[in-house]
Design a binder for this molecule. Structure first.
Ligand SMILES: NC(=O)C1=CN([C@@H]2O[C@H](COP(=O)(O)OP(=O)(O)OC[C@H]3O[C@@H](n4cnc5c(N)ncnc54)[C@H](OP(=O)(O)O)[C@@H]3O)[C@@H](O)[C@H]2O)C=CC1
Ligand SMILES: N[C@@H](CC=O)C(=O)O
Length: 433
């Protein structure tokens, strides 16, 4: 009997993730053949710059013509780890139209244009897998797409960007400077090609949109996410949070409201020091899921970096390869419930407000009155002398509130900013719990 032909695999991108995908595929050789039932044959790797040194990569596989690689006859699987929206989208669509299943780590593209990709996959009868697009090595897409599909997910929250967690962690535990740690995160391969996407929260926002779409069976895209990065978080904020018993994390929160609307946000957030998310360190990620029947689940692990991310990619490669051998397709899009997005101003949260004031009688009462005008209830206030001002003249206030609506909290802060006794900028952050 003639042995079944190997499955032909094309790899688009050979950077931090792609080079590790190529290495792990090579290492996996016979094992992967046994797991799939067919040999996986890496037939080409597309890159931008052919002159780059790529240790361990067979130069004969490299091409700078990705379109030609995808169009080659008989390609079964295309792995897209080049990043960015174009040409990745066109290449993926061409691959699917040509009959190949696609594995991608591209959260930016999925959050921006996921439905187009899903529709193209359904039309061509091929698979679209993207476990590596959210939280690196952590299995989180498959649990939401398959394991929990019989339950009702009510909230997903977590740390889904390794770079910012690495930065905030080092600022907290080592007192390192923001720029210094960002450079280290880039060296270690955690950061995106343009690290603005990490530090401004856009990478986490894309991941939050993907998680919310899967969790709530509704289409959520990048524009639906209320997004804030960590560039305004100062060493002072980190220190004050620690004194109050909190750790600052960039938290993604996706929640289903009682009126059936969905809120999705990414914000620097004060997390209680005894909360499991507070201890997620370095480039690790963690995702909490709350569901009606299973209750609370937590997933944690490496959220960025070449080898861990490639592990998630390879999991998808094997799954898609097995499907192909059996002549079946994996799960498609499940977005039957067109839930509205909760207006951002109506989303509830607890808050932390920090400000400097003139230390005069009645100032606290004025602040409390301002909060009360907007239905914001104060939970705790800490006052200390403002560094750099003579004792009794300036005070630094840190206020924690009970849950309030974002719009009300912002209106109260605007009132504070107009008070003559308020002497500097006002810090406003969300508080978890
Ligand atoms: N790094 C990480 O920890 C993680 C990354 N991801 C995602 O994985 C994807 C890849 O990330 P990463 O490996 O870090 O990125 P890199 O920048 O390290 O690698 C990108 C690769 O794609 C190639 N490439 C980029 N643009 C083009 C183009 N226009 N035409 C042809 N080739 C191109 C580059 O070629 P050349 O080598 O010649 O420059 C390079 O080989 C992204 O979508 C990212 O968001 C997901 C999870 C974690
Ligand atoms: N830049 C991303 C990489 C993984 O998605 C991150 O830091 O998490």
């Amino acid at each position: 009997m003639t042995p079944a032909r190997p499955l032909k695999v094309a790899l688009l991108g050979c950077g931090v993730v792609g080079s590790q995908v190529a290495r792990q595929m090579l290492e996996g050789g016979d094992e992967f053949q046994a797991r799939v039932g067919r040999r996986l044959d890496l037939v080409g790797i597309s890159v931008r710059n052919l002159a780059k040194d790529r240790p361990g990569i067979d130069a004969a596989l490299l091409t700078d013509d990705a379109a030609e690689l995808v169009a080659r006859k008989g390609i079964d699987l295309v792995i897209e780890v080049m990043g960015g929206v174009e040409p990745a989208r066109s290449l993926i669509l061409a691959a699917m139209a040509g009959g190949a299943s696609v594995i991608t780590a591209n959260k930016q593209l999925l959050a921006q244009d996921g439905p187009t990709l899903y529709e193209a996959a359904a039309e061509a009868g091929v698979d679209l897998y993207y476990e590596a697009a959210v939280a690196g090595a952590i299995p989180i897409i498959r649990p939401l797409r398959e394991s929990l599909v019989g339950d009702e997910v009510t909230a997903v929250k977590g740390i889904v960007n390794g770079t910012t967690n690495f930065i905030l962690d080092k600022m907290t535990t080592e007192g390192s400077s923001f720029d210094e740690v960002l450079a280290e995160a880039q060296r270690l391969g955690y950061a995106e090609d343009d690290p603005t996407a990490d530090v401004e929260g856009l990478d986490a926002a894309a991941k939050a949109a993907i998680l919310a779409s899967l969790a709530f069976h509704s289409r959520v895209n990048l524009d639906d996410v209320d997004c804030e990065g960590i560039t305004t978080v100062t060493a002072d904020d980190v220190a004050t949070a620690a004194e109050l018993g909190y750790v600052i994390k960039l938290l993604a929160r996706c929640a289903l409201a009682p009126d059936n609307s969905i809120s999705v946000g990414v914000h620097p957030t004060l997390v209680p020091a005894n909360h499991p998310l507070a201890n997620v360190s370095g480039a690790f990620n963690a995702v909490f899921i709350e569901s009606r029947h299973a209750g609370q689940l937590m997933f944690m692990g490496p959220g960025a970096g070449g080898a861990p991310t490639a592990s998630a990619v390879l999991g998808d490669v094997i799954t898609a390869a097995r499907n192909r051998v059996r002549g079946v397709a994996g799960p498609g899009e499940s977005s039957y419930s067109a839930r509205p997005v909760t207006p951002r101003n109506l989303v509830p949260s607890r808050f932390y407000v920090a400000l400097s004031v003139d230390d005069e009688p009645g100032v606290l009462a004025k602040i409390a009155a301002s909060f009360a005008r907007y239905q914001v209830s104060i939970q705790a206030v800490r006052q200390e002398s403002e560094p750099g001002r003579p004792l009794g003249q300036g005070a630094r206030l840190a206020i924690l509130t009970h849950a309030a609506r974002v719009g009300d909290m912002k209106a109260a802060v605007e009132d504070l900013a107009a008070m003559p006794e308020v002497t500097g900028g006002i810090t406003l952050m969300r508080v978890e719990g």
